[in-house]
Design a protein around this ligand. Structure first.
Ligand SMILES: NC(=O)N[C@@H](CC(=O)O)C(=O)O
Ligand SMILES: [Zn+2]
Ligand SMILES: [Zn+2]
Length: 350
């Protein structure tokens, strides 16, 4: 096979950051994806309709000329967020979903939820209004080992949410364990998961054997190879509740390559190309379009895209770094060769 043409994909979990960072991040995503669910973990977080609207406008202004990329905005769930704010933001057509970060779980999550009961009224309003809840699924208790935090979250938090609000649609973001994949598969039609390229390509040996690789450090942290295999199995199974969410999360090089490095991998510059390689290696290229272009839209009850992108089987080298906020941004697979290249508009005529 020398090329693949896919219905244009969407990214259901993305960090674009803000202000000048958008000049780097938005063109990368807009070249590949029609839509993206934009995470609200800015400083300060996006917690109101007005803030979401203003952030959306800044993203739109950073699109390359002629791009019709659509950012789908989210609100950041805090103990204080009012149900009415969420319902209004959704009714106004500005906000698509609400993001739950347990306080302290990950980058910019200090304002997150401190106890599940605090957000029951919001979750109830969301269930009634049909607004999806997106979760960073890790507990934060000091005594829980970092490798067990996702499983504990499922047992202690996610199960409770789903039992109490059976009609609420929930996306477990960036799943990293066989436990999460099994939980989502066995759950009802209201529970789905996104999978990142890094959790499909790597396990914790890649992160730690032969020296620590700060650019592979993200949260939830990479797990053992048996989990990586289970995630690959889920992504390539054709199951409609597993779909694409890159979790592309830029951090400037000096904040990654330091004594206490930030969590997050940047993949927006080559996201669909990475997934194509992953699916091809798994012998499942025929499952890529459902995962990348159909199942997310279906779960969110949005129309599927109608235009296409083309990938050419042609080696190219991922840049060592991109310009970012006056410093550098090191992407996933920096300096390495990828097998699929995104065709430019003029090359894509089939
Ligand atoms: N995944 C990460 O390691 N980091 C994300 C936050 C998140 O998605 O948890 C970020 O915003 O940098
Ligand atoms: Zn997260
Ligand atoms: Zn994320």
């Amino acid at each position: 096979m020398t090329s693949i043409t896919l219905t244009r994909p969407d990214d259901w979990h993305l960090h674009l950051r803000d202000e000048d960072a958008l000049l780097t991040t938005v063109p990368h995503t807009a070249a590949r994806f029609a839509r993206a669910i934009v995470m609200p973990n800015l400083k300060p977080p996006v917690t109101s309709l007005a803030a979401a609207q203003a952030y959306r406008d800044r993203i739109l202004a950073a699109r390359p000329t002629g791009s019709d990329f659509q950012p789908l905005m989210t609100l950041y769930l805090t103990d204080q967020l009012q149900p009415q704010e969420v319902v209004n933001a959704h009714k106004a057509g500005v906000v698509t979903a609400v993001k739950y970060y347990p306080a302290g779980a990950t980058t910019n999550s200090d304002s997150g939820v401190t106890a599940l009961e605090n957000v029951f009224p919001v979750l109830e309003a969301m269930a009634d209004a049909g607004i999806p809840l997106l979760v960073h699924g890790e507990v934060t208790d000091d005594h829980v080992d970092i490798f067990d935090r996702e499983k504990e979250f499922i047992d202690r938090v996610l199960s409770r949410i789903i039992d109490r609000f059976p009609s609420l649609r929930v996306v477990m973001e960036h799943i990293t364990t066989a436990d999460a994949a099994a939980f989502v598969r066995d759950a009802g039609d209201n529970v789905a998961a996104t999978l990142t390229p890094q959790h499909l390509m790597y396990n914790r040996n890649h992160l730690l054997v032969g020296g620590v690789r700060p650019h592979l450090y993200c949260l939830p942290v990479l797990k053992r190879n048996i989990h990586q295999r289970a995630l690959l199995e889920a992504a390539t199974s054709g199951h409609p509740r597993f779909f694409l969410g890159t979790d592309s999360a830029p951090h400037a090089q000096p904040t990654k390559e330091t004594a206490c490095g930030c969590a997050g991998c940047y993949s927006a510059n080559a996201a669909i190309e990475l997934y194509a390689e992953i699916f091809e290696d798994a012998g499942a290229l025929d499952k890529l379009e459902g995962f990348a272009s159909f199942y997310g839209a279906d779960f969110y009850r949005l129309p599927r895209n109608t235009d296409t992108i083309t990938l050419l089987k042609e080696d190219w080298t991922v840049p060592a770094a991109y310009d970012y906020l006056g410093t550098a941004l090191v992407p996933l697979r920096a300096g390495e060769t990828l097998r699929w290249r995104l065709a430019l508009g003029t090359e894509a005529v089939s």
